[in-house]
Design a protein around this ligand. Structure first.
Ligand SMILES: Nc1ncnc2c1ncn2[C@@H]1O[C@H](COP(=O)(O)OP(=O)(O)O[C@H]2O[C@H](CO)[C@@H](O)[C@H](O)[C@H]2O)[C@@H](O)[C@H]1O
Length: 482
């Protein structure tokens, strides 16, 4: 079965968050299950060299105001289709944001173009290749199902929601430029409070909807989490499924990770101590042996609940614990953490920025990873934490609730705890969780048993790859191709 992925990020080539990790690994996870995936993504400036080595498969004299072409290239075990359109994607800096920190003014056109090309490839294929299914990811690829429906093309589509907070909302005046028939601009269609919603377009036009954990699939249908799309999702309940994300076990492997001073496994945890020492040194911290070194690796946005962590720093440091934070995002949060590094110089360290290599050292060296998200579709950093024996301390929401077993009394007696959960998502509950973590850390037998269990917890793609293969099989049956 041939599947076309359409998305805006793909690790290791271009990444701003978890979307990239997932698009970069699912094709590998499905190899051997009779599914071959090609990934269409924009040839951003950083991908120009890669695209230059590609073989041209389609050419456009005019695509949204400029010439363009699609090249195919194999890299890192992935079959990529790169959309070269210099007027849209050849710019420095962030792939979504201009130098002023605001969205590029033409994002609707940039990703609308990606969707048009996605629809063309779905309809006509490239050379001898033609996809049986199209799988689009997040709003940036949201118009593909609409374009296909508009053309009367019946290649079945599935959309994955990685984060419903990002919906791709644009001025209704762009309908014509985007080539969308006005008949779709209704409340049952793609209209969202007077604007065009790329994500809603996918939700109303595709055959199936997937999201990245079973709990988030349920949460999405509630007003609290659905961000205005709960009604649409409720109406499509029968087509909505939650398939848990996994991680790339080759890239995230504490035994072979080149970013760690020494590889380790559950039987050689002493070597994890070497990473702890290196991490402490990198952040200028002096964590004592009897208190945990926490880490945070995150986009700094209100989704991630890190404003709550700022409020709990007096308690965390009061317990003698330390915190190493790596993140970038909202200025106010960046400033709060930088201020905390001055207030607690030996106990709080922060690197404001994006650093993939450092994130590996942190997963290896920290004792626990804090993830106090207000909502979290799945979350990947708790999965990396589990694999590296870095105990996740998480809010009970979305995929965090589905992947971490809270160290409550019952779980401790049954020997199955792998981390800590807290709820509701308040500073008070987070503070309690930090105290509980410190208490457990002070009991080395219980703590090291938890580490070993965490490291054994299955965080790969085995189960979820089966679920995707089943979903694709169902789609081909629906379209009568089986
Ligand atoms: N400053 C930094 N430096 C280096 N690395 C950094 C970093 N900040 C973040 N990262 C990395 O980016 C990724 C973040 O992935 P997450 O799944 O935790 O969240 P995100 O909200 O981006 O993804 C959305 O999509 C994913 C994929 O479906 C869902 O799991 C998630 O819940 C949803 O919000 C991880 O690989 C993390 O290590």
């Amino acid at each position: 079965m041939e599947v076309l992925f359409v998305g805006s990020e793909c690790a290791p080539f271009v990444k701003t968050g978890g979307l990239a990790d997932v698009i970069g690994v699912v094709p590998k996870a499905l190899t051997g299950r009779g599914v071959r995936i090609r990934v269409l993504l924009p040839a951003y400036q950083t991908l120009a060299d890669l695209a230059a080595n590609g073989r041209e498969v389609t050419r456009y004299d005019s695509l949204m105001g400029g010439s363009a072409r699609v090249v195919e290239v194999k890299a890192n075990g992935l079959d990529l289709l790169l959309l070269e359109a210099r007027h849209l994607f050849d710019r420095p800096g962030n792939i979504y944001l201009g130098p002023d920190g605001n969205d590029w003014g033409d994002n609707a056109i940039r990703f609308g173009a990606l969707c048009q090309v996605g629809a063309d490839l779905a309809e006509k294929g490239a050379g001898k290749w033609k996809p049986d299914i199209v799988h689009v990811h997040d709003w940036q690829a949201g118009l593909v199902p609409l374009y296909l429906r508009q053309r009367g093309c019946n290649v079945p589509c599935v959309v994955s929601i990685h984060n419903v907070a990002f919906q791709g909302l644009f001025d209704a005046g762009l309908l014509e430029k985007l080539g969308i028939s006005k008949s779709y601009f209704t409340s049952e269609g793609i209209e969202y409070y007077g604007r065009i919603s790329f994500l809603k377009a996918a939700l109303v036009c595709c055959e199936k909807i997937a999201t990245v954990s079973p709990t988030y699939a349920r949460e999405l249908m509630s007003p609290e989490f659905g961000m205005g799309l709960e009604g649409v999702l409720q109406a499509r309940r029968a087509d909505l499924s939650g398939i848990l994300n996994g991680i790339d076990l080759d890239v995230w492997n504490p035994e072979t990770d080149p970013m760690l001073p020494a590889g380790y496994n559950a039987r050689s945890l002493k070597k994890k101590g070497l990473a702890r020492a290196e991490l402490a040194e990198r952040f200028g911290l002096e964590p004592p042996r009897d208190a945990p070194l926490f880490c945070v690796i995150s986009r700094l946005t209100s989704q991630k609940g890190l404003d709550l962590l700022v409020q709990t720093l007096p308690a965390l440091t009061g317990r003698g614990a330390a915190l190493a934070l790596l993140g970038t995002g909202e200025k106010q949060l960046e400033d709060s953490f930088l201020a905390a590094t001055r207030r607690y110089p030996r106990q709080v360290g922060a690197v404001i920025g994006y650093d993939e290599a450092l994130s590996h050292l942190m997963q290896g060296g920290a004792d626990a990873i804090l993830i106090p998200s207000r909502f979290e579709p799945c979350g990947l950093t708790q999965l990396y934490g589990l694999r590296y024996g870095t105990i996740p301390v998480v809010s009970r929401t979305g995929g965090l609730a589905d992947t971490v077993i809270d160290a409550n009394e019952a779980a401790l007696i049954a020997n199955c705890a792998t981390g800590l959960q807290f709820s509701p998502v308040t500073a008070f509950a987070l503070e309690n969780a930090i105290h509980r973590t410190c208490d457990l850390f002070a009991q080395p037998q219980i703590w090291s048993a938890m580490i070993r269990r965490a490291m054994k917890h299955p965080v790969g793609w085995e189960n979820s790859a089966k679920s995707y293969a089943a979903l694709y099989a169902e789609l081909t049956m629906m379209s009568g191709k089986a």
